[in-house]
Design a protein around this ligand. Structure first.
Ligand code: PXG
Ligand code: PLP
Length: 447
């Protein structure tokens, strides 16, 4: 790779980026190892967000590099339609094991995996499976999909339709899937500000699903999709009892429950999946990001045996689901996933957030009282720190903090005026001290 600095930044249209601002004063990353990035000039940057919520085992894992190199030399690509290769089946089996209910001897019933290349594709795949499921069951009137305000489900047309972040929706009103509706969100700072772990108040927000059932009738509703913890919108946690109640209402009305675990999957909460951590089994789980430690793009949809088996009918030569991607179960992604799950298992990373959460929580809540900090919330190894917006310039206060942190050697993530932290699960106390040390200094100076 060339080591000469790139001078022409014009051609690359950067995603979810203030392009003109960035190109005026670029922030470049060149290398990464463990908990740190390095800039092209060799400045070390502590990674407070595991890349973008994905590098859960830390950067530069040798086992992944070796698995990918080996696979690339052996077989670069295999068509996924009407053909197989061993790593795809192995990874599906391994994923089903990860999703197994730790209390139960048997799988939690999510026994089948459909592979995609991203969280967005996982979401669109899950929505399509939900709609097709009701149809194969002879219940084709169930066509409505329900999301939730402040939800993020990627950027596909399905994902933005059920998503609930206005900036991601407002340019495309004509492209929204018809019949979609939204539950109210669960953010309630008046009752829950500065809560540690799950907020105590708000299980009753789940009853909003009963309102939508009363409005639309259950016979028209196919599925509800929610993030167990909403990440992109600035860390919104499920109130105690909320997810259980959603499950109960879905069961009562024959509505499928989809957990979008693109962020909460692979150890972020202290369990392999949020479903296990919160003790609620959905019918479908979408995941991506941590599946390959961010090293190769890949997503997956875990589907209940019940849903999967409903499709396995008709003549044996018939294709059961007309859906898939050229790169579904790409061999390079599959071996990266297998190597990643192996690391997670060997190092106990899928439950390590539980051990580190108390120290992380303590450090996060010590920011309370600093200028403009109006809320702090946390669970496992994720934290949200909400700042009072500057009147007339929403998002500016947090983005300035982001820029200053980067100058001081810390990468954080901001959405609106909320700072999100989601470090790799290999984090040690010294990194926690460094992360919150820099952040508190910047917050003090930004006053
Ligand atoms: N669902 C959820 C819950 C996500 O968090 C996606 C779907 C889409 O995944 P892809 O791989 O298509 O990006 C995500 C992705 C942020 C941020 O700043 C979060 C995501 C993506 C980009 C930024 O919090 N999450
Ligand atoms: N567009 C065209 C013209 C294609 O031929 C294909 C796949 O064959 C696609 C889009 C979809 O690409 P992918 O399978 O990588 O999602």
């Amino acid at each position: 790779m060339s080591s000469t600095p790139v001078t022409d930044l014009g051609a690359y249209w950067m995603p979810f980026t203030a392009n003109r601002h960035f190109k005026g004063k670029p922030r470049m990353l060149a290398r990464a190892s463990g908990m740190y990035y390095e800039t092209p000039e060799g400045r070390k940057i502590l990674d407070g967000v595991a890349g973008l919520w994905c590098v859960n085992a830390g950067h530069g894992r040798r086992e992944i590099t070796e698995a990918v190199s080996r696979q690339l030399a052996e077989m670069d690509y295999a068509p996924p339609f009407q053909m197989g290769h061993p790593a795809a089946f192995e990874l599906a089996n391994a994923l089903v094991k990860v999703a197994r209910d730790p209390q139960a001897a048997q799988p939690a019933g999510l026994g089948h995996v459909f592979f995609t290349n991203s969280g967005s594709e996982s979401v669109d795949t899950a929505l399509k499976i939900a709609l097709a499921y009701h149809r194969v069951k002879g219940d084709a009137a169930r066509t409505r999909l329900l999301g939730r305000e402040r939800g993020y489900h990627g950027v596909g047309f399905g994902g933005i339709s059920v998503g609930g972040m206005v900036a991601n929706r407002k340019a495309w009103p004509s492209a929204m899937i018809p019949g979609v509706d939204h539950l109210r969100h669960t953010h309630d700072p008046a009752r829950n500000a500065f809560s540690r772990g799950m907020p105590a108040h708000g299980a009753e927000f789940a009853d909003d699903l009963e309102r939508l059932v009363a409005l639309h009738d259950a016979s028209t509703i196919a599925a509800v999709i929610v993030e167990p913890i909403a990440g992109s919108t600035g860390v919104v946690l499920p109130p105690v009892g909320y997810l259980q109640r959603l499950r109960e209402i879905c069961d009562r009305h024959g509505i499928l429950l989809i957990f979008d675990e693109v962020i909460t999957g692979f150890g972020r909460t202290g369990s392999p999946f949020g479903a296990q951590e919160f003790g609620v089994t959905p019918d479908i789980i979408t995941c991506a990001k941590g599946l390959t430690n961010g090293a190769v793009p890949m997503g997956a949809v875990l589907v209940s045996n019940n849903i999967h088996d409903a499709f396995m009918q008709g003549p044996p030569g018939a294709i059961e689901l007309f859906h898939g991607y050229t790169y579904s179960a790409h061999p390079i992604a599959c071996v990266a996933g297998l190597a990643t799950l192996d690391i997670y298992q060997r190092e106990g990373l899928l439950t390590r957030a539980k051990q580190m959460a108390p120290a992380f929580e303590k450090a996060a809540h010590e920011l309370r009282g600093l200028p403009h900090v109006i809320d702090i919330r946390n669970y496992g190894l994720v934290a949200g720190i909400e700042l009072e917006p500057i009147a007339g310039s929403p998002g500016k206060r947090a983005f300035d903090v982001y820029l200053k942190c980067f100058e001081r050697g810390l990468l954080i993530r901001t959405t609106g005026d909320i700072i999100a932290l989601s470090p790799a699960l290999i984090i040690e106390q010294a990194h926690i001290d460094e992360l919150f040390g820099v952040l508190s200094q910047v917050l003090r100076e930004a006053a």
